[in-house]
Design a protein around this ligand. Structure first.
Ligand code: C2O
Ligand code: CU
Length: 500
């Protein structure tokens, strides 16, 4: 992104020199000469060579098997340091991070840094960017942070993400442009009491298919416009920072204080609709990247998306924080309360309000157009075969544990390409599509939008065509897949391959 910024504004001599000095980072970046105070705040950049940390921030992850009971019933989990969610990583722009992962499991693992623009060998995709970390082995991930915002990490090995191996990853800017007095990170997740490895085999049994074709049970949450949201896996519980609605997570703020919430949808296969009772939410960031602030009453987070919002704490008392999984019954809940206030708000009574965030309301604070250059266009059709429970891109299935004979051709691009994608969703379900190693611009159907937002994940509606584009500026093999874990494991993935 930084390099794109530089190119767009014209690379000054100073920036060019800075970039030459930035060997380690590769993506060089720029001081904000002559920009308005607002722009300067948004575009804060690390001066390579001067502020880059010389010694890495060291983190150690012990990945192991634990028994936890977030839903009141003991169940097997795969966790970092025994924590659900895993420990938060919090670093600063310009830091170098080194995470040593010790695998104490009896099965392999990897860790992926979702939304982070890392060098390809650090990306954590087993069989693509690294060999899985074998039982008893350790692996060191090390990379510089040349971006800011709200991200997350998770296992990219089979179904460990559903078993709890996920956590928040926050990169603070060198100087904070936002105005707020408090900040909280909200990790939303879904939880299965049974082993997730039973799910796909169950879905492949004929009885399950009949059940799936029936009308959804009562109590499932529709889309904000009231229409149904199709799902194929309903979990047993929905968690906010590892806690269920029975014992809700709590946050404190004084009336009048501005509170920043970093909301992360770390679920395996749920979309959440989110609100805080009695509060408007000003959306300031999408997938870690800034957007022109926009005020809404509530928003939907596709699986793996993040939004940062700011609210102004209303009157003293307790206000329910709600996250309802679309197409499923149940909810994740928290409480925002003033100091000393007890209770959980009015959990029974949800008033959602009419203003719902739409992708069309998201604008990057400045022009985000890509530099001129060669462009390549790909049409990627999403498909599914419900009888065999297989999910495809252009009719091909990526090989996995559940698709042993899968074969998916790489999508070939060259460094410098402006890659345009039309995702055509020919299925009856939403698919949260995610690109590794790059941000993409989310384009409207008309194609042109100078301030298109930058994201790494987008929910593509049934029957819709979603247009994206990204600059091929990070060579390697980059995964592109549906972030519904069961769809990914049933074949819905491809690889962007840089060729020369
Ligand atoms: Cu959260 Cu392959 O990614
Ligand atoms: Cu999907």
């Amino acid at each position: 992104m930084d390099s794109r910024e530089s190119t767009k504004r014209g690379l000054s001599r100073r920036e060019a020199l800075g970039s030459a000095a930035a060997g380690l980072v590769g993506l060089a970046s720029a001081a904000c000469v002559g920009s308005s105070p607002d722009e300067r705040a948004e575009a804060t950049r690390v001066e390579p060579g001067s502020q880059w940390a010389t010694r890495p921030v060291e983190v150690r992850f012990r990945i192991g098997e634990s028994e936890v009971a977030p839903n009141g019933r003991p169940a097997r989990a795969v966790l970092v340091d025994g924590q659900l969610p895993g420990p938060e990583i919090r670093v600063r722009e310009g830091d170098i991070l080194r995470v040593t992962v010790d695998n104490t499991l009896s099965e392999p693992t990897t860790v992926h840094w979702h939304g982070l623009l890392v060098p390809n060998p650090m990306d954590g995709v087993p069989g693509l960017t690294q060999k899985p970390i074998a039982p008893g082995q350790s692996y060191v991930y090390e990379y510089p942070l040349h971006q800011t915002g709200t991200y997350w990490y998770h296992s990219h090995y089979e179904l460990q993400e559903q078993q709890g191996l996920h956590g928040a990853f926050i990169v603070e800017p060198r100087s904070e442009p936002g105005r707020y007095e408090r900040e909280y990170v909200l990790v939303l997740s879904d939880w299965l009491d049974q082993s997730p490895y039973d799910v796909i085999p169950e879905l492949r049994k004929p009885a399950a298919q009949r059940a799936a074709e029936e009308q959804p049970p009562p109590g499932v949450h529709p889309l904000p416009d009231g229409s149904p949201f199709a799902v194929d896996v309903a979990q047993d519980a929905y968690l906010l920072n590892g806690k269920s609605a029975a014992d809700p997570w709590r946050a404190v703020a004084k009336p009048g204080e501005r509170v920043r919430l970093r909301i992360i949808n770390a679920a395996a296969s749920s979309f959440f609709r989110f609100m805080v009772d009695g509060h408007a939410l000003t959306v300031t960031h999408a997938d870690g990247q800034p957007v022109k602030p926009v005020e809404v009453d509530n928003l939907v987070l596709a699986t793996a998306e993040r939004y940062d919002v700011v609210l102004e704490m209303a009157e003293a008392g307790a206000h329910a924080i709600r996250a309802i999984p679309l197409g499923k019954p149940g909810e994740a809940r928290g409480v925002l309360h003033s100091p000393g206030a007890a209770g959980a708000g009015s959990p029974g009574r949800a008033r959602w309000g009419p203003r719902v965030l739409q992708y069309a309301m998201l604008h990057y604070p400045r022009e985000s157009a890509l530099p001129e250059g060669p462009s390549k266009t790909f049409r990627l059709a999403l498909g599914g075969d419900m009888r065999r429970y297989l999910w495809s891109i252009n009719g091909q299935y990526y090989p996995t544990r559940y698709v042993p004979d899968g074969k998916a051709d790489p999508l070939e691009i060259q460094e410098g390409d402006r890659v345009r994608i039309d995702i055509v969703n020919g299925t009856k379900m939403y698919h949260p599509m995610h690109l590794h190693g790059h941000f993409f611009r989310v384009l409207p159907e008309s194609g042109a939008s100078p301030t298109a937002p930058l994201k790494d994940t987008i929910g593509v509606a049934p029957g819709a065509t979603q247009r994206l584009e990204f600059l091929a500026d990070n060579p390697g093999h980059w995964f592109f897949h549906c972030h519904n874990l069961y769809h990914l494991e049933a074949g819905m993935a491809r690889v962007w391959e840089y060729v020369v």
